[in-house]
Design a protein around this ligand. Sequence first.
Ligand SMILES: Cc1cc2nc3c(=O)[nH]c(=O)nc-3n(C[C@H](O)[C@H](O)[C@H](O)COP(=O)(O)OP(=O)(O)OC[C@H]3O[C@@H](n4cnc5c(N)ncnc54)[C@H](O)[C@@H]3O)c2cc1C
Length: 171
Amino acid sequence: MRIVLAICLAVLAAGCGSTSSNDGRTTVVAAFYPLAFAAQAVGVAQGALDYALGYMQERQQFGKKLSDFQGLQFMIADMGMKIEAARQMTYVAACKSERGDKDLTFFGAAAKCYASDIAMEVTTDAVQVLGGYGYVKDYPVERMMRDAKITQIYEGTNQIQRLVMARQLLQ
Ligand SMILES: Cc1cc2nc3c(=O)[nH]c(=O)nc-3n(C[C@H](O)[C@H](O)[C@H](O)COP(=O)(O)OP(=O)(O)OC[C@H]3O[C@@H](n4cnc5c(N)ncnc54)[C@H](O)[C@@H]3O)c2cc1C
């Protein structure tokens, strides 16, 4: 939530909706939008991890809590690690946006692409942690998995984000 708010404020500061390009603001805003969706993806992924963590400390199987099974511990460690990497990429891109750095195009696209791919992985893993309950609508992680999917599609699909990154690298 804090990331999204900071990003919204930065969009306003950059002059959202401006058609003027003489001060570079339009470029900043255009490169900025993918970044807002990177923040959304991080939030979806964090929500799924938080839910899975709570569930695995309550649910018991074979006389133990799910959180006692090392196979699941490895899974949640990977989920947390990936989310943190996506969050840091998003922060770096947000800082570049505030400064109007020339490589924001790459970093905005990279943050959106990476964070949304991670959100897809993490939410799918969260469904796995909940087992059959993860798949049904009574629990929120199946919705989070679908919410993660759209972050790979809108505001420029991840294929297009990769084209954007490649073009900036090849400049
Ligand atoms: C819930 C939702 C909300 C949306 N909100 C908005 C909105 O607010 N504003 C808005 O403008 N749009 C919005 N969209 C539209 C969204 O941005 C598009 O769906 C998205 O850009 C993909 O376009 P498309 O669906 O036409 O897919 P297509 O362009 O037909 O792409 C199909 C597939 O081909 C791939 N592809 C296409 N071109 C290339 C290429 N050159 N190289 C490699 N792969 C390629 C795509 O990555 C994708 O995997 C929304 C969509 C949804 C589902």
